[in-house]
Design a protein around this ligand. Structure first.
Ligand code: PLP
Length: 450
């Protein structure tokens, strides 16, 4: 690897001092780490000079692509004006005010109050506390349980990881914390059998009703879910699933929390995933695409009736973060929203690049390893199987997915694998030619894996 900045051996230094997230650090020290050095548009370059098409937008977040001068300038200007101040103690900052307003111009009607956090995990922890506070104030002290879904990802903090349904996360650290129940995910590829999409949507929403009845509605505080489950395998529910869930939640007085950390800010061709599926949540967790990942910022958008009760009757809410609504992050998020709006990026995803990706992915269906392709907007998945008809997987679950991910990397494409499901989520500014390249390289990776 090229050594830059004098004669620094970056790999050695990394191995000496750096513990990576979600990584077997011992194995990494043996294989050596990939050092990403620079980026532009949808491309990344590593320290060895290799170029990669980033089919994953960093971590589902670089919506406006890399190298946007407007965001860099917004950060620099805000750094000079006011690099930091907090939102506690009866103070605020102009970027935080402007950003809260800008977000509420985009949210569905009735969601007009924003609480800022530094990340998606913090957003979900905030939801957890706000929901419990809400039911306390309503005098329903027994209403404490959250229902979430298997394989959901809601972050890495204790509440976030507990709400999430990743067994391998729960196994480390005695999670979930009490008061969280997980139901089956609406994973049509594995669970729908011969059912029509609509029938499967009703069936999957019915699992929620069953759980509410089993626990007793008087104990159930909220249901939390990603409109499309991301890290759990880009699980796209049937179109009627969320409206059925909404009906059930309203029937039993259960709050609806939409984790929009991935789906928010254009990925599905709408500003928010709930707009694609046509439901109105009580809470929306946001992060990632809010700043296109250029700086860390997240938040919770709260529905008016809920916020009203928390404000009018709640007194002080003993919760917040040093970096809640950090002014530089907020200024960058504002510039990011401006780009998304002015360049009509969300509309382009809905009308052009999303449908184009669907057409191109469909070309992969004939590949012997491909059991299904699916996408909405610019989030998609490819299921790898040994047998297209029985949908039997290839040997040990995860081995083929990991191999395919490595083969893609060799072709200069970054994809992610969850088990044997390949996930993609490129920057929203990806062009038609770049989608062609993404799909062509995916095919080469599939060929090399088969
Ligand atoms: N929620 C969802 C749906 C996510 O995908 C993620 C991160 O991938 C999070 C929450 C956690 O966000 P963060 O990593 O910013 O804490």
């Amino acid at each position: 690897m090229k050594k830059t900045s004098g004669d620094i051996d970056w790999r050695h230094l990394d191995a000496s001092h750096h513990l990576h997230p979600f990584t077997d650090n011992k194995a990494l020290r043996l294989t050596g780490v990939r050092v990403i050095e620079k980026a532009e548009g949808v491309y990344l370059w590593d320290g060895d000079g290799n170029r990669y098409l980033d089919g994953f937008a960093g971590l589902w977040c670089v919506n406006v692509g890399y190298g946007r001068k407007e965001l860099i300038e917004a950060a620099a200007a805000q750094m000079q004006q006011l690099p930091y101040y907090n939102l506690f103690f009866k103070t605020t900052t102009m970027p935080a005010i402007e950003l809260a307003q800008a977000i509420c111009e985009l949210t569905p009607p009735g969601l007009n109050q924003v609480f800022f956090t530094g990340s998606g995990s913090e957003a979900n922890d905030t939801v957890f506390r706000m929901v419990r506070r809400y039911w306390d104030l309503r005098g329903q002290k027994k209403k404490k349980v959250f229902i979430a879904r298997k394989n959901a990802y809601h972050g890495s903090t204790v509440a976030g990881a507990s709400l999430g349904g990743m067994r391998y996360m729960h196994e480390q650290g005695d999670l979930p914390i009490p008061g969280i129940e997980h139901i089956e995910q609406p994973y049509a590829f594995e669970l729908a059998g011969d059912l029509s999409s609509e029938a499967f949507g009703r069936l999957a929403a019915g699992w929620l009703e069953q759980k509410i009845l089993e626990l007793g509605p008087e104990h159930v505080a909220a249901f939390i879910g990603e409109p499309i489950q991301g890290a759990g395998g880009v699980i796209i529910p049937p179109l009627n699933y969320w409206s059925e869930v909404e009906k059930i939640c309203r029937k039993y007085d259960v709050l609806i929390c939409a984790d929009e950390v991935i789906c928010g800010f254009g990925r599905l061709g709408h500003w928010f995933g709930c707009q694609h599926f046509g439901f109105t949540p009580d809470f929306m967790s946001i992060a990632k695409g809010l700043s296109s990942g250029y700086l860390p910022i997240g938040g919770v958008v709260v529905r008016d009736e809920v916020a009203e009760l928390l404000v009018e009757q709640g007194g002080e809410f003993n919760h917040g973060f040093t970096y809640s609504g950090h002014p530089v992050c907020a200024a960058v998020a504002l510039a990011n929203l401006r780009i998304l709006r002015e360049e009509r990026i969300v509309e382009t995803v809905r009308k052009q690049s999303g449908p184009y990706l669907s057409r191109k992915l469909a070309e992969l269906v004939d590949h012997p390893l491909v059991g299904e392709v699916r996408n909405i907007g610019l989030i998609g998945a490819i299921e790898l199987v040994a047998d297209k008809h029985t949908r039997k997987r290839c040997g040990k679950l995860g081995d083929t997915g990991s191999l395919c991910r490595d083969m893609a990397l060799r072709e200069g494409l970054i994809l992610r694998a969850t088990g044997d499901t390949m996930l993609l989520s490129p920057p929203l500014i990806i062009s038609g030619a770049e989608i062609d390249e993404l799909v062509a390289k995916t095919r080469l990776a599939l060929d090399a894996t088969a």
